[in-house]
Each structure stands twice: as C-alpha cells, then as structure tokens.
Design a protein around this ligand. Structure first.
Ligand code: ZN
Length: 248
C-alpha cells in the first residue's frame, strides 16, 4: 500500500484541487473502516497523506472541517486493536495528536477579519451569490456554506431552485419523477432521492486502471503503456482502490 501511495504520489496530489476529493474519500474509507487491516508501515504512509491534508487546510484556509474529521477518526481508530509494536503505535498517536492540535487551533477567517474598505464575497449581489452556490455539487458543502453566514443560510433555505439543480445533477429524470410530489420541497426531495438511490460520486480527476498492463494511473496524467497504441482503461472508485490495496 505504501508503494502504491508513493507511486501515485498521493501526498503531493493533495495540493491538486482536481484530486483532493478523491484522495479524501480514500482516506475516509481507510480511517473509518480499515485501520485494523493496515500494517504499521501502511499506517505511516496514511499519516503522511493526513499531514499533507492538514497542511493544505492550514495554509490555504480550506477544508478545515474535512481535515479535522479525518485526523479525529484516525486518532480514535488507533485506540482499538492495531498492528505494530507499542512504541510505533504510540508514535502514531503522538503524530495524530499533533495534527489534531494544528487543525483544531485553526479558526477560519471570517468577514469580521476583512479590512474595512475591501469588498468581500458577501458584498456581491444576491443573484451572483446564488449562481455561485449553484456550482456546488454536493449537499454537504452547501450546508456548510449555509452555516458560514446568515445571508448564505437564507439563500440555501429559501431558494428551492438550488436544491432542484442539485437533484437534476445527481439523479435521472425517472428517479426524480418517483419522489417529487407537489407538496414536497426540492430540498426534501433531494434527501429522499439520496436515501433511496445514493448520490453520484463526481471527481475532477481519478485513478484509472489500464486494461492491458493493469497499471494504476491518474486519468489526467495518463501512463506510458507497454502496448504501443493507447490501451483502454476503466475508472477505479475510491472504494475499489481501497479494496485493491487491502487485498494486495
Ligand atoms: Zn497500460
């Protein structure tokens, strides 16, 4: 697993906005379900990625909640039965504790921190704010944005069309027809649809596997295949990737 992480350069890829969500999903599956299956070396490789996620969240002031949750879950999982000598486990607990301190002390910058005369995001016209919120592709981010400020909360609560766009992005028209009734708001419909069908996993870049040489590679980077003409490849979801790592 450490070798796969190293070759795919996952720790450095964290700083690439197109790969961040995919890597976080892999880390989430590992820390929630698989810590007991990992060797001490594999756990160390995972810590390196967590470190990169925390650093990015601290430096760029983004994804603070995600970073905190991942480190917290990693730290809690170490309390159970895990592989490795007591000294290694203790070193990993200390490393996780340090990361948690770093990410917990982090307070996101707010509107109050802005200089008096500068234009902030919230000075944009409400229509523009709605258009920007419409670009968010998952409900979790939308709810987190809403929690950031009353103005954004009001837009997310009142603009039914935001939730309609989200439904249309994640679900097929026949699925929407099954769940949407005139009494139900688009927000309620979204959560009904999500419960029933599950949402689409969308990633700007993701790992593919070459059908010819079985090489794993980032889709946008491609790979130098031993076959001369370009070989077909298939997408590997984060869960499939984790399953491959665990059974290697
Ligand atoms: Zn190939």
């Amino acid at each position: 697993m450490s070798e796969a992480f190293h070759r795919l350069d996952l720790a450095r890829a964290v700083s690439d906005v197109r790969r961040f969500n995919y890597i976080c999903k892999i880390v989430q599956i590992l820390v929630e379900e698989k810590i007991q299956n990992l060797s001490a070396t594999a756990r160390k490789a995972l810590l390196t990625i967590l470190n990169a996620i925390v650093l990015r969240s601290a430096v760029e002031d983004v994804h603070v909640t995600t970073a905190r949750e991942l480190v917290q879950q990693f730290s809690e999982a170490l309390e159970g039965h895990v592989c490795g000598s007591p000294s290694i486990i203790s070193a990993h607990k200390i490393a996780a504790g340090n990361l948690l301190d770093m990410v917990s002390d982090r307070q996101p910058r707010t509107e109050a921190d802005a200089e008096e005369n500068c234009v902030t995001f919230l000075d944009l016209p409400r229509e523009i704010l709605s258009m920007i919120l419409r670009k968010i592709s998952d409900h979790r981010s939308l709810l987190e944005v809403a929690a950031a400020h009353d103005t954004l909360q009001a837009i997310v609560d009142r603009e039914n069309s935001l939730w309609q766009s989200l439904c249309q992005f994640h679900f097929q028209p026949y699925q929407i027809e099954q769940k949407k009734t005139p009494e139900k708001t688009w927000r309620q419909t979204f959560f009904d649809l999500k419960r029933h069908f599950g949402i689409r996993e969308v990633y700007a870049d993701l790992i593919h596997i070459c059908c010819h040489c079985k090489c794993l590679f980032w889709k946008q980077l491609g790979h130098p295949c031993v076959r001369e003409e370009t070989a077909p490849s298939v997408r590997v979801t984060p869960r499939q990737f984790v399953d491959m790592l665990i059974y290697l």
